[in-house]
Design a protein around this ligand. Structure first.
Ligand code: TRP
Length: 329
């Protein structure tokens, strides 16, 4: 079972990333043969960004993943731009990527709308680069958030078209999307997903937030005017806190409802804050240690890139051969 996923090098990761994606990566590390995790700095250049801060963000992300439990000896953890094969395959796959499909990508439309100056062509090609990431490693499974469904469907379509146009080279990847409960909402605006770009400071719990800051943010979380600690469509704030507590304590949401039946919101929020701080404290401490040693992080990423190349280089040779590129065979 080959597993592949990509993660954006946004500087700080939050509770939503941890519960929604990073825990899935850890589980994948156990099952993957191998599990391959790529920090997608090339994707980061598809919107306005600062070239002087990007390299540090990549290291932040690598350190965070390792702090959470990814072991560079047991999985392949690497930086996308260390392998030119990703960029190259993006171009080659664009020969079978339907232009109309790309125009229908909702993330392209959303991000294009938010862009102040320039809508970059790379933003339009973003899903093709993502397909290249996945197909290059012939991944069977791709753990991703719910918002990546459409991109994964496109990757499958590109694999099918490539295989029928040229030759059977690629595997059609399966998206693995975590169930509800894995979807953590903004503390201040609980009908929106907790997100680096969309949430305010108060709505976000960063993995490296101080425990006191976490408790404070959870205490101030937006809830409803009711009193009952139950999950309900009109109680999104409380529902979110129940889900967070369930994950932090490793219990079901029903058990949380039972545990807090009859208690007030104040006591419940206090308990959720403490549990969240406890969940993240070890990760935060390991992160501090790991992040201080940049040479060690670089070393791990270089080792990851070498191992990624062992898979990517032969894939590219196959692609060249069936597409009729390079010297005549
Ligand atoms: N687009 C993904 C996201 O924003 C990141 C990503 C890039 C990715 N390449 C990938 C995810 C390949 C899975 C597989 O989350």
């Amino acid at each position: 079972m080959r597993i592949f996923s990509g993660i954006q090098p946004t500087g700080r990761k939050h509770l939503g990333n941890y519960i929604g994606a990073i825990r899935g990566y850890l589980e994948g590390q156990e099952r993957g043969d191998p599990a391959i995790y790529c920090i997608v700095d090339l994707h980061a250049t598809s919107v306005s960004y600062d070239p002087t801060t990007l390299p540090g963000y990549v290291l932040d992300t690598a350190a965070m993943l390792m702090a959470a439990g990814l072991d560079p000896d047991r999985c392949i953890l690497f930086r996308q731009s260390d392998l030119h094969e990703h960029s190259e395959l993006c171009w080659l796959l664009s020969s079978v990527a339907p232009y109309g499909d790309l125009q229908r990508m909702t993330q392209f439309k959303d991000k294009a709308e938010r862009e102040q100056e320039l809508v970059r062509t790379s933003l339009f090609l973003y899903p093709v680069l993502q397909a290249a990431d996945i197909l290059l490693y012939k991944a069977d499974e791709v753990p991703v958030g719910d918002d990546q469904r459409q991109h994964l469907e496109l990757a499958r379509e590109i694999a099918r078209r490539f295989n029928s146009t040229y030759a059977e080279v690629f595997v059609e990847p399966e998206a693995v999307i975590p169930g509800t409960g894995a979807r953590i909402m903004d503390l201040q605006n609980p009908d929106a997903k907790m997100s680096t770009t969309g949430s305010t400071e108060a709505g976000l719990v960063y993995i490296d937030d101080e425990p006191e800051a976490i408790v404070k943010k959870v205490k101030r979380a937006q809830t409803d005017s009711g009193t009952e600690i139950v999950r309900a469509p009109d109680k999104q704030g409380i529902t979110n806190l129940i889900d967070i507590y369930a994950v932090a304590r490793g219990v079901s949401s029903e058990e949380v409802e039972r545990e807090f039946a009859g208690q007030g919101y104040g006591a419940f929020k206090e308990a959720v804050g403490e549990a969240t701080a406890q969940l993240l404290a070890p990760v935060r401490e390991r992160y501090r240690e790991l992040r201080a040693d940049e040479a060690a992080i670089e070393g791990a990423l270089q080792q990851g890139a070498d191992r990624a190349r062992e898979i990517a280089v032969p894939s590219m040779a196959e692609v060249h051969a069936v597409m009729g590129l390079g010297a005549r065979r």
